[in-house]
Write a protein that binds this ligand. Structure first.
Ligand code: ZN
Length: 111
């Protein structure tokens, strides 16, 4: 009886340990998944901040020597400028001082 009881107890204990191990491994998996999601999210946020900052910091404006309009480099009209006619300005002020005006399509800043 005593041996049987002890056996029963140890079985119970190992059962609890096994359950705990399963819970712990489940939690670890869950944590790992969350961390992975978090890392992906962090990467996406970092990437978008980088792209936005690239746009924000790109203070370059493009114009053509054959026109008097200056554009953001990504403007469809800026893209059509022949590289031979391309003139770059570091600021709208510079473009204006050379007699250029802001494009109405891409709307670069006036100053
Ligand atoms: Zn434009």
């Amino acid at each position: 009886m005593q041996v049987a009881a002890r056996d029963h107890g140890s079985k119970n204990r190992s059962g609890i340990v096994g359950y705990e191990l399963r819970v712990v491994s489940y939690l670890f998996k869950l944590k790992g998944l969350k961390m992975r999601k978090f890392k992906v999210l962090l990467l996406v946020v970092a990437l978008s901040v980088f792209i936005v900052s690239q746009y924000a910091l790109s203070t370059e404006f493009w114009g053509s020597v054959k026109s008097n309009i200056y554009h953001y480099p990504h403007c469809e009209w800026a893209q059509k400028i022949n590289p031979q006619n391309l003139i770059k300005f570091s600021s709208p002020k510079e473009a204006k001082s050379k007699g250029y005006r802001a494009c109405k399509v891409c709307g670069p800043p006036e100053d």
